[in-house]
Write a protein that binds this ligand. Structure first.
Ligand code: SF4
Ligand code: SF4
Length: 441
């Protein structure tokens, strides 16, 4: 029987490079000395520190209190002594107030870490509270507090939950390995999300280049009604929230609206796993799987690492750089953020550390636009990137707004296909910033 495959209009097919790391099982890496835990690892208000310098903290202890509804607490990922609370560089490129802890290497757990009831015996509001207390945020990179997603306004009825296992960015394999190695927990996480929202249908969306993961998750879904795998065509950016929803449900999010407005909630498979662990063990979000990969890394790996572990330590754990590193990126090559330092820590949204060698990033001078329209064909949001970019470069942001610049999801597909190497996504990103700044005023 041929399985139906879901997809969307536009997009691109970049080389995946997943073969560098997708065969390697997840290995645990424990931090050697210090962890740096930023007080803001989520969209929303930063946390307030609950500890002082010289305090002894334990694994899982809450060390930063969430401030406001859209926020998420942070917890210590090691046991040891707080040695500093100060601004530190983060992988977002900004300085963020962080709690620096010297690990004692013991990993003593906080006494408050206790298992909860089974999902069947938990009420929806109890699941929401567990998720909030555990500081769980979107682990695909968005870092939106998950408890907020599980608390939609009363007039928004959610009937479908989608777990995003597309992992469409080249190089990244952390979600793939997690689906292979923890399929039952991922499906338990999905069931918990569905119960918290009162949703009747759950999907795990997986691209068709991960047949082994499709098989494992299907097996795990088998005994539950209403949950199934949706096989997605391998295409970038299949994992974008808007496109995975459209591909699986046929529903479209109107411009300026959210998935909840059309009855859908999307969470990453890593987020579902974290929810399952929070319920089963009472464990807050203190670790995650990170793919350390790229042609500039000696031995690519998928590592389970404590939040706060510096990139430098993980690069060393993978044998160090291979040749001269050209670029270190937090995340994938399409939407990741280039790093100026490898002393930044892994945070809740760090899916990968990608090292590209010098010869892969030789910068080409942009040439004039030849009006070939390849960027238009590639844009999954049906935008006209060449015009938005041209107006942005002339500082005409009103025109950019007319051309719906705010609908751009910054997927980078237009830049990828442009034969003239125009700075499309960068200029459109600038236009979005300026439009939003004007609106705020
Ligand atoms: S305009 Fe935005 S959404 Fe469209 S391809 Fe470029 S980056 Fe992606
Ligand atoms: S792909 Fe590049 S050269 Fe072609 S129309 Fe778009 S901006 Fe111009």
């Amino acid at each position: 029987m041929k399985t139906r495959e879901y997809t969307f209009f536009g997009g691109i097919h970049p080389r995946s490079y997943k073969e560098l790391s997708n065969k390697y099982p997840i290995e645990e890496h424990l931090p050697k000395s210090q962890v740096i835990i930023p007080l803001q690892q989520h969209i929303g208000a930063p946390c307030t520190p609950l500890v002082k310098v010289n305090d002894y903290v334990k694994v899982g202890q809450k060390i930063g209190e969430a401030n406001g509804f859209v926020s998420a607490p942070v917890h210590s990922s090691v046991s040891g002594k707080v040695v500093a609370i100060e601004d530190r560089p983060s992988s977002s490129g900004k300085l963020v107030k962080s709690i620096v802890i010297e690990s004692d290497g013991e990993f003593n757990y906080d006494d408050n870490i206790k298992p909860n009831e089974d999902i069947d015996n938990l009420k929806p509001e109890e699941i929401r509270q567990i998720v909030r207390d555990a500081g769980i945020v979107g682990m695909g990179g968005a870092m939106f507090p998950t408890a907020v997603k599980l608390n939609p306004p009363p007039d928004k009825k959610i009937d479908i939950v989608i777990l995003n296992g597309a992992e469409c960015e080249p190089y990244l394999t952390a979600d793939h390995r997690l689906m292979l190695e923890k399929p039952v927990d991922i499906v338990h996480g999905l069931l918990a999300i569905m119960k918290a929202l009162g949703a009747s249908k759950g999907y795990v969306g997986i691209e068709d280049n991960k047949q082994d993961a499709i098989k494992e998750i299907r097996k795990a879904c088998k005994e539950y009604a209403g949950v199934e795998v949706a096989v997605l065509k391998t295409k970038y950016p299949q994992g974008s929230e808007k496109h995975i929803i459209k591909a699986i449900t046929g529903r479209e999010i109107p411009s300026g609206k959210l998935p909840a407005d059309i009855g859908v909630v999307v969470d990453n498979v890593g987020t579902a796993f974290a929810i399952a662990e929070a319920i089963k063990f009472g464990k807050p979000l203190i670790e995650r799987v990170v793919t350390v990969t790229g042609e500039g890394i000696m031995t690519p790996k998928n590592l389970r690492v404590k939040i706060g572990t510096p990139f430098r330590e993980l690069i060393e754990c993978c044998g160090g750089f291979k040749g001269i590193p050209g670029k270190v990126i937090s995340g994938g090559p399409m939407m990741g953020i280039a790093q100026y330092s490898i002393d930044v820590p892994v945070i809740k949204g760090t899916s990968g550390i990608l090292v590209l060698p010098e010869d892969r990033i030789a910068l080409k001078d942009p040439k004039p636009c030849i009006k070939c329209a390849r960027c238009v064909d590639a844009c999954p949001m049906n935008l006209l990137p060449l015009f938005i970019s041209a107006y942005s470069l002339k500082n005409d942001f009103n025109k950019c707004e007319e051309y719906h610049a705010l609908d751009c999801i910054e997927c980078g597909s237009c830049s990828y296909v442009c034969p003239s190497k125009r700075p499309l996504v960068e200029s459109i990103r600038l236009a979005k910033r300026e439009i939003l700044r004007k609106r705020k005023k």
